[in-house]
Design a protein around this ligand. Sequence first.
Ligand SMILES: [Mn+2]
Length: 425
Amino acid sequence: MKLLCVGDIHLGRQPSRIPPAVDDAVGIAALGPAAAWRRSIDYALEQPVDAVLLAGDVVEQEDDFFEAYRDLRAGVERLTAAGIRVLGVAGNHDVQVLPRLAKALPAFELLGAGGQWETRELQGREGGRARIAGWSFPQARVSESPLESGFPEPVDCPTLGLLHCDRDQARSPHAPVRSSALEAAPVEAWLLGHIHRPDALAAPRPMGYLGSLTGMDPGEPGRHGPWQLELAANGALAIQQVPLAPLYWDTLEIPVDGLDATDIHHRVTEALERLHAEIEQWPQRPLAVGCRLRFTGRSDQRPALERVLRADDPRATVQTLGDRLYFVHDWRLEAQPAVDLEALATGNDPAALLARKLLLLQGADSEARRALLDAAREPLAEVTRAPHYRALGREAPDDTALAATLEAAALHALDRLLLQREGDQ
Ligand SMILES: [Mn+2]
């Protein structure tokens, strides 16, 4: 028996950080959840699988009914016409809308409505049986573990658990469950929704998050897609990810040691070409690839590098390699200046003062380091609270973000001080 297991789809959500040039070339819709869902259906029909399982948050929000209805119906109709069943559970995002969709679309089988565990048996087209046990969110906030009560008793065929939940977050309002409770349940596999980063699911007893069907922003990097689960007649189970997401996010590290600033763009192109060569080897390939560039290493050309990167910003151009678009959504000059900070720090001029603060920031936790972060915390938090930015809903920076911001600012200032020094001589 072959099953295609689909994690959070979020129909109705638009991918973010897509440059206008990429939108113009392929259309943002070709990169979003609906496109990923269509690709999954094509794959399910090609195989063909016996059933498609949806682990909740199929729809982004309640008012996406009509858009989601169109996409879900088109998919369910194609699948059921080919004799492929479609089963799903509701997550915290689609607690109302998924049951409504199920009513409007009887071919779609919603499991565990109202927060009551429910099972359905599947028959493989080549023989074999399996049972799906599912539970749906009865309301958007659920503070008790769905595993506390009512989990179905084992029977004489393999059971696969389908659940949208928050694992090992005891105080979560999104159906908190403990790993130990998942492990103790009488199932052959747990197919979970909610967390968008896929787990490394593996036989013999896969238990974990399927991940979002496609990465919708740079915070969802790596390969995404549905998972194909196969149950052999002897009970052996195999599972593998089918990374067919149309959009792929990655971070490229580009060392700039010994690099002349004018060669930086060449170095960026090389890094993108290397990534392209790797992606060409994949059996399923994305339409577009968004990259964050980290310029690392040590350089005596930091100011020049920054000037060149700002004058001819890598974010401004979209590269087409093969039939794929590559774009840069962010870059960071993280390279350290080619100076000995320890030696510099022994002086008593402003550069020495900065070097001492940098060493503090880059060093281990200490009282002095905490004092430095504390001094920056409130002024930076004030920025996120400013009326202009409040609508972005950004939280005040945590210590890691604070330290990174201070370090970047200190390096920038140090570059300028060192340039002045050279000018003085
Ligand atoms: Mn969720």
